[in-house]
Design a binder for this molecule. Structure first.
Ligand SMILES: Nc1ncnc2c1ncn2[C@@H]1O[C@H](COP(=O)(O)OP(=O)(O)OP(=O)(O)O)[C@@H](O)[C@H]1O
Ligand SMILES: [Mg+2]
Length: 347
């Protein structure tokens, strides 16, 4: 069955077609609203919703054309429409949910509400080799930092999460403080490459005590006080200072995530680690984990960079997995949940 996936939970409109039987992504298209929100330094929810509305129809047409499906033949060829039902911005979610349910009704196929984080979590399944269950998953995105023990689709046990800011959010805030632009993660990573290693040392929050919880809000404050101190002592913050701070900040986040991943693998005895979400695109994080994995005989999986951040492919894939589950109830209800704990998901 071919599943159409629609993602619109935040600032990306993403659509994709996934063939479940052939385990193959047929086509995907994406419109990122980064340029639209950049001038505000973060996502403006109302602008996001309006832009999704503008983009959905042209993106669908582009997607069908890319997959070689002729106009008017979407119905016969697509077997289900999966859409992000939450968590996310309510207005943005509703645009995708209404569009998906409308298409499903017109085509006479089921509409499947998908949990956005389940989409991220399963995204590494779009790659070869695919990770097999069970595994430890590190979900690191703009809104989440979670370690999960994953036994199968819908069988997720939360091992630990951030008690305050998500890792991606911390990257975004640090970048904003330094005036590096939006979104912050890729900018900080870029600047860090020019940074002098070890000139500054940022704390590693919550690594001294046992457990798998994270905290990133202190790093943000540390970043601010470091910049203020430089300003006071030198009269200004130079480009090189910013690069050095970016290096130290990234090093602290990567180190903290690495320490907790290592701990989760030891605690569960599992030999597979899956990373997903926007921050999993970070090359310093990837190389740190790969280096460890190589030594310890652990397999590490992550999606290609384009599928680390929000996209339609992960929603199509997660929708297909959900459709395989017995007892899945089909409904014409338009589901949109701004908050939706993953613990509420059923296997
Ligand atoms: N190379 C990178 N290094 C670090 N962070 C990155 C990188 N690329 C993207 N990010 C961060 O990833 C986040 C975006 O990821 P994603 O799209 O998965 O999050 P989101 O959809 O906003 O949040 P959520 O999925 O939790 O609802 C941003 O915070 C961004 O700064
Ligand atoms: Mg996301």
């Amino acid at each position: 069955m071919i599943v159409l996936g629609i993602e619109s939970s935040c600032d990306e409109t993403g659509l994709a077609l996934y063939d479940g039987e052939r385990q193959q992504l047929l086509a995907d298209v994406l419109h990122s609203q980064i340029a639209l929100h950049a001038q505000y330094g973060g996502v403006v929810p109302e602008l996001a919703s309006r832009d999704h509305i503008r983009r959905l129809v042209p993106l669908l047409e582009e997607l069908l054309a890319k997959a070689g499906i002729r106009q008017g033949e979407g119905g016969p060829q697509v077997g289900a429409v999966a859409y992000t039902a939450g968590p996310g911005l309510m207005g943005a979610l509703l645009t995708g949910a209404c569009f998906a349910q409308g298409l499903a009704l017109a085509w006479g196929v089921p509409a499947v509400p998908v949990h956005h984080m389940e989409g991220h979590l399963l995204a590494p399944m779009l790659e070869t080799p695919r990770p097999s269950f069970p595994f430890v998953a590190l979900l690191v995105s703009g809104g989440h930092t979670q370690l999960m023990q994953v036994e199968g689709v819908g069988r997720y046990q939360l091992l630990g999460e951030s008690v305050d800011d998500a890792a991606g959010e911390a990257f975004d805030k640090a970048a904003k403080m330094m005036g590096l632009g939006y979104p912050g993660g890729p900018r900080v990573a870029e600047w860090a490459e020019r940074g002098v290693p070890q000139r500054f040392r940022f704390p590693r929050p919550m690594v001294d005590r046992p457990g798998l919880e994270f905290s990133f809000s202190g790093l943000k404050t540390f970043c601010l006080t470091t910049l203020e101190r430089l300003e006071r002592e030198q009269g200004s913050v130079s480009e090189q200072d910013k690069a050095d701070v970016a290096w130290a900040f990234q090093d602290a986040v990567v180190d903290t995530l690495f320490i907790k991943c290592k701990r989760a693998l030891q605690q569960t005895g599992l030999k597979r680690l899956v990373m997903a979400g926007g921050v999993s695109a970070n090359l310093a994080l990837r190389s740190r984990l790969k280096e460890y994995a190589l030594k310890q005989g652990i397999e590490v999986f992550y999606p290609r960079s384009a599928f680390c951040t929000d996209n339609g492919a992960m929603i199509a894939l997660a929708g297909w997995y959900r459709l395989q589950q017995p007892g899945l109830k089909m409904s014409t209800e338009i589901v949109a949940r701004a908050r939706w704990p993953m613990a509420d998901l059923q296997a």
